[in-house]
Design a protein. Sequence first.
Length: 281
Amino acid sequence: MPEPGEATELRAALLSLRRTSGLPVVFGGLLSDARHARIAELSGAQTPALRGLVISAGSGLGGKAIALSRPCAVTDYPSSRHISHEYDTAVAAEGLRSVVAVPVVVRRTVRGVLYGALREPFTLGDRAFDAAAQAARDVEQALAVRDEVQQLLASTRERITDPGTGAGTWEDVREVHRELRALAPRIVDPALRGELLAVCGRLASAAGPERGASAGRVGLAPREIDVIACVASGATNATAAGRLGLRPETVKSYLRSAMRKLGAHTRLEAVVAARRAGLLP
């Protein structure tokens, strides 16, 4: 069963698929193990027949897409000779005929499957295939970001407990802080995003209370902190823009605003002031 945040990301991708493809029925689910996916999200369904259905790799259209790790489609599901028919009862109850199934593949591992369907036996066109592929990519990217965040959070907990005093260790802490802040805006799940930002706050204050003594006197916006964190790693405005998904002009604007609030005249002064304020580790 998907985590709450994963369900949100899956639901958003399916709603986008229905809107952009024109397909009246869309549904999908994530894999619970290497060979089984459970249909957890549906849009446009008229019955509960598909909800909770467990799809096995190699079985039915979705199982074929999982096993082959590529999109598969049929023009008339009930009569197709290219798939097995373990799920015909549920498919017939919903009245589905023409169906496309696209696997969600993250780093060469199938993590889920998305479907789009018609209730008539029509050949699906490029619009439907392209929309299904884009929806799968949206879920893939969301899951990849989630994986990266979870790995960074796990590796950070030890540093928070015992950050050490070596210069190399502190550079690692600062790099992790920058990476986490850059990932935060891409997290759909508010609970995970909140946990990530809380860890960023703990990293920023990990050096002790004396560094954060002036924190209450400086209030930077989240994106201003993101930009300063990138600048602290030596990034140019263009590099920071690439990392944060912003335009260079926008980065420059955030940086200028942060420098004004920090009372800094140079990029280095801004970084030093942000660290003294407990905004950066």
